[in-house]
Design a protein around this ligand. Structure first.
Ligand SMILES: CC(=O)CC(=O)SCCNC(=O)CCNC(=O)[C@H](O)C(C)(C)COP(=O)(O)OP(=O)(O)OC[C@H]1O[C@@H](n2cnc3c(N)ncnc32)[C@H](O)[C@@H]1OP(=O)(O)O
Ligand SMILES: NC(=O)C1=CN([C@@H]2O[C@H](COP(=O)(O)OP(=O)(O)OC[C@H]3O[C@@H](n4cnc5c(N)ncnc54)[C@H](OP(=O)(O)O)[C@@H]3O)[C@@H](O)[C@H]2O)C=CC1
Length: 291
């Protein structure tokens, strides 16, 4: 299938990155969100990240303008009706995703491929509630999207080969590398990464180390580019908690129980960088540990 127009749902940190890389690769992108402010902020972020690429010589000023020109913004899901492919990147809540697909699918042509950027939720379960389980799959980008090389591709039980081939072709055109995961909770990257982050939060909760000592230990002792608590703030603590809950519910093993301290931060609304506070406070010039 020839994919030219792509709809992206959710203009948060993942949605704006996905729109960015698609537009640079020449796709026409319609970006949608429930909030006009989120759409405006996404456009500004995309502009800034394109500027970075221009200043590094990775893109020309003309490429930047052309990419921005390929991205339209809308508050109306119906405007995604002409898409060949839709990538849903809204909040990591299953009820939100089901509601989006229920509202969207009546506007789509029968051939449109529907995908989710979910970090953890069952692709088979999401697909089963749509009118096109065979044309549905997981299309999981990593954060920050313009920088990270990997895309996980996840087939649901009903996904057909044409859908998988079309999505693999998009990954290739983006210049990224696909890995294939079976449809089990949190797939591959997050099955390994998020329990490691949760363990770092337990290490903090039990007083084994401070925020600074845990992050320094993993950066300098294991050569991770970010410490696990810095990375948790970067991903979003709400998203980390949702993923742990999916692992805990889906695999029924106490080793996946979310750390109570993670729950407390989310209940406080301290969601990490996106809310200016998490394991670090980002409101000043430099991030300050909150414990
Ligand atoms: C939760 C899920 O479902 C799955 C996930 O995504 S889990 C999260 C996965 N992501 C990670 O683990 C990220 C770990 N962190 C890193 O790899 C690095 O810290 C980082 C790439 C984010 C930043 O790297 P850094 O060396 O500290 O910063 P910096 O030197 O400023 O940036 C490196 C490059 O990325 C670019 N960059 C950084 N952030 C960017 C962004 N948000 N958008 C676009 N470009 C960006 C920079 O311009 C720079 O480009 P060049 O190499 O061309 O110079
Ligand atoms: N953060 C990460 O590192 C990664 C996240 N993901 C996945 O990507 C998805 C998005 O995550 P992320 O970008 O971090 O989250 P964000 O919180 O940054 O963005 C989510 C966006 O979706 C919007 N939204 C909520 N409900 C709807 C709706 N019904 N229709 C359209 N938009 C809606 C939110 O609006 P509002 O704020 O107004 O609610 C917000 O702008 C999740 O499924 C997450 O698991 C995948 C890879 C990495």
């Amino acid at each position: 299938m020839d994919i030219r127009k792509v709809g992206v749902i959710g203009a948060g940190q993942m949605g704006n990155g996905i729109a960015h890389v698609l537009a640079v690769a020449g796709y026409e992108v319609a970006l949608t969100d429930v909030s006009a402010d989120a759409l405006e902020a996404a456009r500004a972020t995309i502009g800034r990240n394109l500027d970075r690429q221009v200043s590094k010589g990775a893109l020309t000023e003309d490429d930047r303008e052309a990419a921005l020109g390929r991205i339209s913004s809308t508050l109306d899901l119906a405007d995604l009706g002409g898409s060949d492919l839709v990538i849903e990147a809204a909040t990591e809540r299953e009820d939100v995703k089901h509601a989006i697909f229920a509202e969207l699918t009546p506007h789509l042509g029968p051939e449109t491929i529907l995908t989710s950027n979910t970090s953890s939720i069952s692709i088979t379960r999401l697909a089963a509630r749509t009118d096109r389980p065979e044309k549905f799959m997981g299309f999981h980008f990593m954060n920050p999207v313009p920088v990270m090389q990997l895309v996980e591709l996840i087939r649901g039980i009903a996904t057909d080969e044409a859908t998988f081939t079309a999505c693999s072709g998009v990954v290739e055109r983006l210049g990224k590398t696909a890995s294939t995961s079976e449809d089990f909770p949190a797939f591959i990257v997050n099955r390994i990464l998020i329990p490691m982050i949760n363990e770092a939060i337990y290490t903090l909760y039990e007083g084994v180390g401070s925020v600074a000592s845990i992050d320094t230990s993993m950066k300098l002792g294991a050569n991770h580019p970010m410490g696990p608590l810095e990375l948790a703030d970067f991903i979003g603590l709400d998203t980390c908690l949702s993923i742990m809950n999916v692992l805990h519910d889906g695999l029924a093993d106490t080793k996946y129980r979310p750390c109570p301290l993670l729950v407390k931060y989310v209940e406080a609304g301290w969601l990490g960088r996106k809310s200016q506070r998490g394991f670090y406070d980002y409101r000043g010039e430099t991030p300050v540990p909150t414990r």
